[in-house]
Design a protein around this ligand. Structure first.
Ligand code: HEM
Length: 470
């Protein structure tokens, strides 16, 4: 009783403890896993910025949504936290598919890998991919027709997949790339869906998991073996990984390269595809923003496809994407585990506790964002951006574990948005009801069916657009 009273004073408020008996777990699992985002938002509303949840007698989970708390966990005391939750679970979580890659690893091992991989993301290296990104987008557009209906979520997934396949593996989108993509999608559902059966049970879904996992591992293993025999730098990320050595002259083993490739495949295509999907959805709902975007694109590009050099002349295009990632941050929640007792926001988070940083809640908080539910790209104009509190906008996280692909993703998303919006308007049917599906990335549930409209000039003429990048 005395212990409970002391604990109460030292823990933030939260829902009643969750029983560890199987029925209690199942009930909780179904409620939270079924709709984790809304459940968490409800808790923040009821209990404030820091929510505590206890499982049984000893396990504690914290949910945070305040910019200062993000700063403490991600920057100031980053070395006192490791990755947690579904990142680490080797049976049902991301670690099963990603192994010990950059997203799931920790400590000295992570530091070494980050150092080895970082050069692959240097500006000069990734800028070389700009033309390829535009060409792959134009290639997709060649198959589009005026009036056609397209699932834009699927189209963006395919396009960003083609881009990672080219930039990571220097391969065109083919059966091999599809096998990797299928596996990462299936395992996301395993990590974030509800599955009450033990994994050894041969349910159709478990059999599918085993099949796609094997297919993916076979592809990646063969690919590495093939490329080990070639010493030339093909300009892709795999070349960098194969040729990189640490201070002791040690390179990466095949297993390490396998884990990093699969990690980059997952981290590098889902997130960008979803950021773009939300952008198309928001543009369709906000014709005044869409018009301003079109004006910028038409003025700067004059009907041509964008190049890397054009990007700095397209500030509104960037603001549209930034605001879209505020409203729908692709990585909406980040999990960590405390390595020691750590003080955050005046409370002690005990060693071993799990901490969830809810970027979505922070991005929708009226204390930091005026009219937070409204889509206003001008928030990110140079004049207004300064008004946002530090750390209140973190689509790519912050601190040592900040997204390594940040610049890659922003370059890619701007080029794709400019290429497509220069040629097409996309509309949603009136009956469309948006539903958010929070897996590892926030995505539109059931896809995003949109109608393509070739853009016309003010006098009603179809725009004549050059199909080649300058
Ligand atoms: C709009 C697109 C993207 C968004 C919103 C995004 C967001 C994020 C966030 C929030 C994290 C931190 C996760 C955490 O610490 O819990 C992260 C990490 C990471 N991202 Fe991205 N990402 C995007 C695109 C990319 C791309 C294109 C790549 C690679 C080609 C990439 C590779 C990674 C990797 C490897 C990590 C782990 C870094 C580490 O822990 O050292 N991401 N990303």
């Amino acid at each position: 009783m005395a212990t409970a009273a002391i604990l109460k004073q030292h823990t933030p408020p939260g829902p009643p403890p969750i029983s560890t008996n199987p029925l209690g777990q199942l009930r909780f699992g179904l409620r939270v896993t079924g709709d984790p985002l809304n459940v968490m938002l409800g808790w923040f509303k009821e209990y404030g910025d820091m929510v505590h949840l206890q499982f049984g007698e000893t396990a504690h989970v914290y949910f945070l949504a305040h910019p200062d708390h993000f700063h403490t966990v991600l920057v100031e005391k980053a070395d006192q936290f490791h990755k947690a939750g579904s990142y680490k679970d080797k049976i049902r979580g991301l670690a099963r598919i990603l192994g010990n890659g950059l997203v799931t690893s920790d400590g000295d091992y992570w530091r070494r890998q980050r150092k080895l991989i970082q050069p692959a993301f240097h500006a000069r290296r990734i800028e070389a991919y700009a033309e390829e990104m535009v060409n792959l987008t134009l290639h997709m557009l060649q198959k589009w027709q005026d009036g056609q209906r397209v699932d834009m979520n699927q189209a963006m997934m395919r396009l960003t997949l083609a881009i990672v396949a080219k930039t990571i593996l220097d391969t065109d989108i083919n059966d091999d790339a599809e096998k990797i993509a299928e596996a990462v999608t299936v395992f996301q559902h395993l990590a974030f869906g509800v599955d009450i059966f033990p994994l050894w049970l041969p349910t159709p879904s478990h059999l599918k998991q085993r099949r796609v996992e094997k297919a993916m591992n076979d592809v990646v293993t063969a690919l590495i073996a093939q490329r080990r025999n070639v010493t030339e730098d093909r300009g892709d990320l795999l070349s960098m990984l194969l040729n990189s050595v640490d201070e002791e002259g040690q390179g990466m083993t095949d297993q390490q390269i396998r884990d990093e490739i699969v990690t980059l495949f997952l981290a590098g295509h889902e997130t960008t595809a979803n950021a773009l999907s939300w952008t198309w959805y928001l543009l369709a709902q906000h014709p005044e923003v869409e018009q301003k975007l079109h004006e910028e694109l038409d003025r700067v590009l004059q009907g041509k496809a964008p190049t890397l050099a054009d990007l700095k002349k397209l500030p509104y295009t960037e603001q549209v994407l930034q605001e879209s990632m505020r409203l729908y941050p692709p990585v909406w929640n980040m999990s960590r585990q405390a390595l020691a007792d750590v003080e955050v926001g005046g409370y002690t988070i005990s060693k071993g506790s799990e901490v969830n940083l809810n970027t979505y809640a922070m991005h929708h908080d009226p204390r930091w964002w005026e009219d937070p539910e409204r889509f206003i790209p001008e928030r990110f104009s140079p004049e207004r951006e300064k008004q946002t509190p530090r750390m209140a906008y973190l689509p790519f996280s912050s601190g040592p574990r900040v997204c390594i692909g940040n610049s890659f993703a922003m370059m890619e998303a701007r080029l794709i948005l400019a290429t497509i919006a220069g040629r097409y308007r996309l509309t949603t049917p009136e009956s469309y009801q948006l539903q958010v599906e929070p897996l590892i990335a926030l995505r539109p549930r059931g896809g995003l069916l949109m109608t393509l409209q070739k853009r016309r000039t003010e006098s009603g003429q179809r725009l004549v657009l050059s199909e080649t990048a300058r």
